[in-house]
Design a protein. Structure first.
Length: 274
């Protein structure tokens, strides 16, 4: 059975419909849940569907970019296996440890690229499109400018190269991060004690909502994607009462234009204005 599970994830990259089903299924699940137990009464400019449509434009572009990056991911992972290059091979890790190393390395890549995009002004121009959403819900999770998506792919490849993560480890992580992204962005209200307990190990919804607060230093915190260990270990973990959270940006991009696709696409190519 264990071998069957590994074989399933090893070839998952070659089954795009199944991967799409995981993505769509996660979005729909948390779409329903956030409708039942919303954290905030979000005030959409026109409607929730119109807001979702804007974010899906970026989601589709993100998925197209990832389709091409997948070719490089497969080739790099296969090269690591053929040459025995990377931490998992240097340490002669067994299958379980290989999965752990691969998943943690790729999750660190998510944390690191997120930090870099916040700290480098040129890269922040691309990432602020994600933060410009004034109504954070499950559809916000994949609202990334194409430049943002490309940079994430580069860091992902870098940590595959360092870790030597085989494809089954890569696909286990990608499945986790797709579901985690929907979960952490969803406008859902969990019991405070449950959310806090989850945040000791995982990125919880309330923990990530702090990252979407409109003012620094809260915007520059809680960079993790799946696991909270990087923020806790590296000093970027912040808390904020949800009643004090306000979405969007306090500068750089006008809140009234957060659903203007053309403006969002062009913003990274213009100088930031305080």
């Amino acid at each position: 059975m264990w071998n069957e599970i590994l074989a399933h994830f090893e070839t998952l990259e070659h089954r795009p419909l199944e991967r799409m089903a995981i993505l769509v299924g996660g979005l729909l699940l948390f779409w329903v849940i956030e409708g039942a137990i919303p954290l905030f009464p979000l005030k959409y400019k026109k409607s929730k569907l119109r807001h979702a449509g804007v974010n899906f434009v970026f989601t589709v572009i993100h998925l197209i970019i990832h389709t091409f990056l997948a070719i490089l991911i497969i080739k790099l992972s296969d090269w690591c296996a053929a040459t025995k290059f990377g931490i998992v091979y240097w340490t002669n890790a067994n299958i379980l440890v290989t999965i752990i190393i691969g998943v943690l390395a790729l999750d660190f890549s998510s944390w690191l690229v997120h930090l870099v995009m916040h700290k480098v002004p040129l890269l922040w121009r691309f990432h602020l499109i994600h933060h410009s959403d004034t109504n954070v819900d499950v559809t916000t999770g994949l609202r990334h400018h194409p430049g943002d998506s490309l940079l994430r792919g580069i860091f992902f490849l870098l940590l595959i190269f360092i870790s030597g993560a085989p494809m089954y480890s890569v696909m286990i992580y990608q499945t986790l991060v797709v579901l985690a992204t929907a979960f952490t962005h969803a406008n859902i209200s969990l019991p405070v004690k449950l959310d806090k307990a989850l945040s000791w190990f995982l990125i919880s919804p309330n923990m990530h909502k702090v990252h979407h607060h409109w003012k620094q230093p809260y915007t520059d915190s809680n960079y993790g994607a799946v696991f909270s260990i990087w923020d806790r270990l590296l000093g970027t973990f912040y808390t904020l009462d949800t009643k004090d959270i306000k979405y969007g940006l306090d500068r750089y991009y006008p809140a009234e234009k957060d659903e203007d696709v053309k403006s969002l696409m062009m913003k990274p190519f213009k100088k930031l204005e305080e």
